[in-house]
Structure formats: structure tokens, C-alpha cells
Design a protein around this ligand. Structure first.
Ligand code: UDP
Length: 481
């Protein structure tokens, strides 16, 4: 069975951004891109990660690589595969790099052996297609171990970590100790989302900071009128009918019309929320670091002490069979359902646990888009967060966000300006109070939402991200030649 899968990429025109940027900005981006294309002529720019869908990395790569292709640069995306033990080890690393103990399991010789065996199996196929001089951008711990062999092969290897911890601790030390032998001299450069995430094993002169971005035209973020939002949510079962005059339609990345066909699996008692019901929404992978149970408890406590008659909570995530590189999803989801069962009867009726269909990533994205637009407030009460694209996505839709003051969320939101931040994500009282603030003051909510949208336009759109990639390429190209 082959180990590598190639993800098919579209070719997207950068000119699309003309509706959002002025001509001078577009022209500048095109010039930078043309210079990068000249520098890369004859080479392929490979991206390698461990999943084509589910989570922030895949979310970003689809459109970004599409624009790179549209600029005439030959870029390709390969996804490695590995056995379940491998993904348990990489998930352990994921937690450690976030500064958390994870499952507390070992990272000894036997784990290294399992990890490297998967690297070797994937390398056999990778070496057959990567040519000396090609750029290979590896993403996250799952692929770091490919770096030494690829560099020896003559490729220029970049390693991009999408995760990290605000402060080093014994757990981050353990994680980086495992990965360090694959980095250092084995890579031309490393890229992190935030300065604070850069570990000692990555030299500052070899490291660049690039925050993630969203694509404003993707099914996840494209404009959607209210009738369509309603039709999609009613069709997916997230909101009670009637569907109204709209149709559950969206545009594919290339602009072709698509339809939401599938329904979500929902755990709740009683009906889905009505169209008029204000919704508190968190959309995340089922991961303990996203603290879905804490969100539910904080919401339940708020209902208990306040007169918020109408509000309901919707926790949404991917159907747990759909994200292959996250072995923890199913167990976390089961724990959330169990905690939901423990809620007082009246509160339980106002909490909906939603598993979104993952068969078609674009359909999933369109449902997420509609849900984010419909939410009265979007929550990201993570205990740890690399960047938090769900926050960016919600901000882009002008939604008020209540998030934890950690990781990349604190870069995106200035507290009280672009959203509300909770200093201690385990402080459920503060979380509830922040929810109450936006739920009871529509003017304040609208103000936060407007500022949020502007912030994303200024900082976190794909075109800005592409310009930063061009800087990295400029730097490593000099090293490689
Ligand atoms: N997401 C999705 N469907 C889901 C749950 C999440 O499309 O059911 C997307 C979400 O919209 C975001 C990404 O997955 O684009 C999650 O990225 P984030 O940076 O928030 O967290 P990560 O999963 O990378 O830790």
C-alpha cells in the first residue's frame, strides 16, 4: 500500500483580492510573487503534512497552495501515512509542545523506533519524487523526522511548527528533546506562528515568524446572505425549520456552485434551536485542549445564575471518524457526551452536541461558515492554542468572540477591542461573565465584531501570508545556492 497521498490543488488567481485590497497592494504582491517564481524556476516546492482535512493546517494549505500555483510556481502537497501507534506518539508530542503532559506516556527508544520506521517508509516514496534543489516544507511533529534524509538528498528543507507553548516547561522540554535531532543543521529554516514558541534547538537566525491566515473566498469564509445561512443550517439540522426562501448553496473554491446535502449528527434532547434563538457556539476538533467540557460547564453555571432565558449552546466538531491523524477525537467526544448527560435536565435541553459531516470537506466548511455567521457569540475557550483559526474565521464574519488569553488568540484579539479575552481559561465565572456581556449588549457585540473584521482584513488574509512566505524563500534560496 502506498504511504504518500497527493492532495490535488486548484490554481487560484491572486487578482481575486482586488475586491478587498487596493491596486497598489495587489501590484506589490504580484511583483514579489513574480520574483519568487523566478527564483524557484525549475524547482518544485513540496509541502508535506499528515492530513488533507481536519484542523487548521489543512484548512490553510488548500487555498494558499492554490494561489501559489496560480502564480505559476510548481507546488505540490503530499500527505504521509502511519500506523495508529505513530499517531499516538505524535499526539503525545503535540500535547508536550503545548506544554501539557498529554497521556503521560513514554518517548523512549521504542517510540523513536516506531516514529522513524514511519519516516523511513514514507521517505522511500518521497525520495523518488523530490529532486535535489527542490524546496520541501514539512509541517508539524508528524513530519520533522523526514528532514535529515531529505537534506542529505540535496533538498532545501523547511520545518513549520503550527504549535508551541507561551512558556517553556518540563513538558515542552521533553517534546523538543525528541524532535531536536531532526532539526538544527538538518533544516534550512524553521517557521513558527509566534516568537514565544521558538525552542532553544531552533537558532534565531534560522527562524521566521509567520502567523496563519484565512482565505476570504473559500467555502469556509466566503460571504453568505442570511437566507442561505438559514437554509444551510436548517438543511443540516442545526436549526429548526422552516428553511425560508434560501437554498443550501455555496461556491466551491473555483467559484462553481455546490450544495449542502448531508446532515449533522446531533446529541440533544428536544428540538434544535429555533432561528431566533441566540446561540453560543464553539467549533473545534474534539480535543481536551479545546476544553469543550469547560465550555459546557461555564455555560451551565451562567444559566444557573442569570436570566438568560433564550440562549442555547452549540458545541460542534468533526464527526470523529473523519480526522485520521487525531486518535484522541473519539474518546474526547465520548467524554463530552458523558458530561452532557450529567447536566441538570433543564440545562441539558439547551446544549447541543454536533458532529459535522466530514465526507466532503467543502460541504463541512460551508456548514461551519453558516454556523459562525449565525452565532450570537463565538467561543474559543482553549486551554492551549497554537493560533486559533476558528477565532480568525469568526472575526472575519464580524462576530463577537470570547476567547482565552493564550497562544495566538492573544495576538488576534486585543481585549475589549476586537473581542473579549479571559485571562485564566479555567475561570468559568469570568467566562460566563464575558458571555453575558456580549449577549446582553447588542451594541457592544456589534462594535467588537466590526473591529474584529477590520483586524483580520489588516493582518490575517492569505495575501499577507504569501508575502511572508516569499521572504522565507528569499532567505533560504540564498543559503541553498
Ligand atoms: N473545523 C472544521 N470543522 C469542524 C471543526 C473544525 O472545519 O468540525 C476547522 C475550523 O473551522 C478551523 C480548523 O478546523 O479552520 C481548526 O483550526 P484551529 O487553528 O482553530 O485549531 P486546530 O484544530 O488546528 O488545533
Amino acid at each position: 500500500m502506498p504511504h504518500l497521498t497527493e492532495v490535488s490543488l486548484m490554481s487560484l488567481p491572486l487578482r481575486r483580492f482586488a475586491s478587498l485590497l487596493d491596486e497598489e497592494q495587489i501590484h506589490h504582491a504580484e511583483e514579489v510573487a513574480a520574483a519568487a517564481a523566478r527564483r524557484l524556476a525549475g524547482r518544485t516546492w513540496w509541502h508535506v503534512n499528515s492530513t488533507a482535512q481536519g484542523g487548521g493546517v489543512a484548512e490553510m494549505l488548500h487555498p494558499l497552495l492554490g494561489y501559489v500555483r496560480g502564480l505559476g510556481i510548481n507546488t505540490r502537497w503530499l500527505v504521509i501515512s502511519g500506523k495508529p501507534e505513530f499517531f499516538s506518539i505524535t499526539k503525545r508530542l503535540h500535547h508536550l509542545l503545548h506544554g501539557m503532559p498529554g497521556d503521560g506516556g513514554p518517548l523512549d527508544d521504542s517510540e523513536r523506533e516506531t516514529y522513524e520506521a514511519v519516516m523511513t517508509a514514507n521517505l522511500d516514496e518521497l525520495m523518488a519524487v523530490v529532486k535535489p534543489g527542490d524546496i520541501v516544507q514539512l509541517h508539524d511533529p508528524q513530519t520533522a523526522g523526514l528532514a535529515p534524509a531529505l537534506t542529505r538528498h540535496g533538498a532545501i528543507v523547511l520545518w513549520r511548527s503550527h504549535i508551541g507553548a507561551d512558556a517553556a516547561n518540563e513538558h515542552t522540554d521533553r517534546g523538543w528533546e525528541f524532535l531536536a535531532p531532526y532539526l538544527g543543521e538538518n533544516v534550512a529554516a524553521t517557521v513558527f506562528s509566534r516568537e514565544a514558541y521558538v525552542p532553544d534547538c531552533c537558532q534565531p537566525d534560522q527562524t521566521m515568524i509567520i502567523p496563519p491566515s484565512i482565505d476570504p473566498f473559500s467555502p469556509k469564509n466566503q460571504e453568505m446572505d442570511e437566507a442561505t445561512v438559514r437554509a444551510i443550517l436548517v438543511h443540516a439540522g442545526l436549526v429548526e425549520g422552516p428553511q425560508g426562501p434560501g437554498e443550501p448553496l455555496f461556491n466551491d473554491t473555483d467559484g462553481s456552485p455546490q450544495r449542502v446535502n448531508r446532515q449533522a449528527d446531533i446529541v440533544h434532547h428536544g428540538p434544535s434551536p429555533g432561528w431566533e434563538t441566540p446561540l453560543v457556539v464553539q467549533i473545534s476538533r474534539w480535543d481536551p485542549l479545546k476544553d469543550p467540557i469547560g465550555v459546557m460547564q461555564g455555560f451551565a453555571d451562567l444559566l444557573h445564575r442569570d436570566e438568560l432565558d433564550e440562549v442555547e449552546l452549540l458545541l460542534a466538531g468533526p464527526n470523529v471518524s473523519g480526522v485520521s491523524d487525531d486518535p484522541e477525537g473519539a474518546t474526547t467526544y465520548d467524554k463530552v457526551v458523558e458530561a452532557w448527560r450529567q447536566l441538570p435536565h433543564a440545562t441539558r435541553g439547551r446544549v447541543h452536541l454536533v458532529s459535522l459531516p466530514m465526507v466532503d470537506a467543502k460541504e463541512n466548511a460551508a456548514i461551519v461558515n453558516a454556523l459562525q455567521r449565525h452565532a450570537a457569540v463565538i467561543v474559543q475557550k482553549s486551554l492551549r492554542e497554537g493560533f486559533g483559526l476558528t477565532v480568525t474565521e469568526a472575526m472575519w464574519k464580524g462576530r463577537p468572540v470570547v476567547g482565552s488569553n493564550i497562544g495566538g488568540i492573544q495576538d488576534q484579539i486585543e481585549n475589549g477591542v476586537h473581542g473579549l479575552l479571559i485571562d485564566d481559561p479555567t475561570d468559568l465565572h469570568a467566562f460566563g461573565e464575558a458571555l453575558r456581556e456580549v449577549l446582553t449588549d447588542p451594541e457592544r457585540a456589534a462594535q467588537l465584531g466590526d473591529a474584529a473584521r477590520q483586524r483580520v482584513e489588516d493582518e490575517y488574509l492569505g495575501v499577507t501570508h504569501l508575502l511572508r512566505w516569499a521572504e522565507v524563500l528569499e532567505r533560504i534560496d540564498t543559503r541553498g545556492s
